[in-house]
Design a protein around this ligand. Sequence first.
Ligand code: HAM
Length: 422
Amino acid sequence: MNPLRAVKGMNDVLPGESARWQKLETAFARTMALHAFREVRTPYLEPTSLFVRAIGEGTDVVEKEMYSFVHRDEPLTLRPEGTAGTARAYVEHAVHNSEPVSRWYYVGPMFRAERPQRGRYRQFSQAGAEIYGDPGPACDAEMIDMLVGFVHAIGVHDARVEINSLGAAGAREKYKAALVGHLTPLASSLSEESRRRLATNPLRILDSKDPRDAEAVRGAPTILEALDAEDVRHFDRLCRALDALGTPYAVSPRLVRGLDYYTRTLFEIKGATEILGAGDTLVGGGRYDRMIEELGGPSVPAIGFAAGLDRLLLASAADPAPRGAEVFLAPLGEDSSAHALVLAKEIRGAGFACEVDARGASLKAILRRANALGARLAIILGENEIGEGTVQIKDLAAQSQDKVPREGAVAHVAEKLRGARS
Ligand code: HAM
């Protein structure tokens, strides 16, 4: 029989790696708390129409990457990103009635049927946040600055920020027309995909990696030329706030991103290019001032971002292997197991991780396992020790062994391990 395998592009996180995930998620939650964001949890499954409406029909995500199916006549989709579902929840619960500004964050799996490669998976994790009710640009700058700090703190030292403005809807339409005007006479030199996009989603041509498209795009007008006075003022104030915060950034007038909902501020943070290659976008985000209204809510401005946790883990400096049990208990003989369980409970009560190896293996085998897992201490509980009310505590690093009274065992462990931790 062929062994069963995980779905292509969907990875297991085995216990050896999960401590790094937990550390990253804890660091993110801490950053969120410092900036007064509160966690929201929305379903992984949403009505397909939510993503079609919010993300846009002409996008790669909606056109080709969604895991969609019909269940009992109900079209459903595994969420490809978090912004649409979070906005749906905001509208559904009429949150604008109870608070003028909401700062929400989320962490969890997203699903896109993309071609898997390093840093690009079909199930991946995002840590994201959304602010509703603040038109910016101060909060836009605060968000970008916060993200640069976060990415640095987790060990990505070559982070680069790119920003752009797509303007309000008017500017986008005006720009689309100008771009189509520029590219139509060059259509025969465009890639097939871009020729198709000329009619469906011309802005995405700016993102194409095909050299034929790059050539045609080179002389194209930029969106910055299509912005109205209010858009320009918004963007200038964003730049000045970033300058004041000391956050370096590059204005990238051809940055468009793959989702249709953006208005005005748009940003990406790239980094760890030597590890991630072309897929080095760690964080992407922007303003989407029209989505809440388009989903049936009032007119509420919004901005948000999502960081790819899989990529951040690849990008951040490798951690030493996480610790398992600090103390291994080796009960020798059947009658010793219950004694070992009681002592283990006391040691855990004192705040130290421990494991009881009561499978009946030899002392040699237990010590080999304790060493392999990086435990600092092994406690041997044989019938002799139990009879005389003692335990043997073996310091695996120092290769020494002490016989101590049973009542003093936890204190002895604490003394040894506090020294080791400091
Ligand atoms: P996005 O650019 O589609 O934006 O994704 C954000 C980040 O998620 C990317 O920069 C990348 O790090 C990670 N990511 C995306 N696709 C994959 C994949 N297949 N495998 C691994 N990582 C991936 C959004 O999703 C928007 N919702 C961001 C946002 C929030 N805009 C406003 N609010």
